[in-house]
Design a protein around this ligand. Sequence first.
Ligand code: FAD
Length: 404
Amino acid sequence: PAPIIIVGAGHAGGRAALALREQGYAGPLLLIGDEPHLPYERPALSKQLLLGSQPAEACHIGSSQQYRELDIERLSATRVSAIAPASRQITLHDRRTLPYHKLLLATGGRARQATLPGADLAGIQLLRTLDDAAALRPRLQAGQRLLVVGGGFIGLEVAASARQLGCQVTVLEAGDRLAARALPPAISARLLQLHQAHGVEVRLGCSLRGFVGHGSVTAVELADGERLPCDTVVVGIGIQPNTELAAAAGLAVGNGIRVDSRLQSSDAHIYAVGDACEFPAPQDGQPQRLETWRNAELQARHVACNLLGADEPYAALGWFWSDQYDHSLQLVGSLPAAANCVTRQLADSGVLLFCLDAAGRLQGACGWGAGNSVARDIKLAEMLIASGKALDPVALAAPDINLK
Ligand code: FAD
């Protein structure tokens, strides 16, 4: 029989391959990825890996031996260049064609490049892969001047790691607050305070004209002509989902590869998961694309069951975390701007934000603080969302009333 083929050997691809075997699939299984590494998780790339507190191997999903023992064939450093859904075949970059029984697209996303003059100078780095992290790490020596373009999570985590390594760090953000796409203003403000307290210069509402240097970057030029000297630039302006392969094959593509609630694409033999896919949000059916660890992990596990015939809708809530210095941010569910928000101050200067719908049911929660209490409270918030019960906003706001 033809194999199940997984395209993309990142987090979701690696996890799905292992999950297929855990679910008892004994047929041929092929995992194809263009990176030279074992599948791996990316969150540590901007944190422990830059800080040097964790080796690259700690990010791996499974070991070579495990894939061998489970009879999962891996093709690494191999790009899939085309899919022919009608004949159920894929083409590799070397023109080899392979038949599939079912196909899983776990192609993730790539870091968006700056398109400004000078963007190809040496010393301007992106951060998406293990290789990117390995290239960036030696540049973050104490005293080095780092400019971070983009005040989103990747940029801010790199800023925090670089400060802890003793670099001089400036963050340039075009918007009027940090991580505005994901966070409510009150939490953005706390992020800003924390970075400033750690000596990061944050410039909001800052637009760039280009990068300056001969061969290597030596400065960033702002729209008003000011030049900020630097040794390294990290560009963290979001990702672009890898959807071209699916689009060229004629699959439905929106802001990601379109799938239904069972994670099946517009072709019945092809599924998609992770950063690359656009799926109906379990809460309201609106199409959404998530770029988070949990989404990759849970969709991969879920799709393994559906590839084997379970045919179940994916219903997990979105959940995201970011670690910066000794602080942790956690976000669960959705935080619509129009929602009724309730704030609970935590003892250790942390804060919890609850978003309720018109009927008082919890839709999402966001926590920020040092220590472990945020993680615990967000777990409880997740249970409260799942319960679907109307909650008392006054009790939610009162720090002395136990969420449990
Ligand atoms: P990826 O892990 O990107 O894997 C896709 C793989 O497919 C890649 O290896 C790609 O090269 C390969 N590929 C693409 N096209 C082809 C092709 N045609 N042929 C062969 N191979 C192909 N999330 C959190 O929730 N919390 C965090 O703290 C957090 N921190 C992060 C820090 C960093 C630096 C980064 C980059 C991400 C972070 N994330 C975090 C996000 C999380 O890592 C991603 O959501 C997750 O990796 C998505 O998994 P994926 O498998 O969909 O995509």
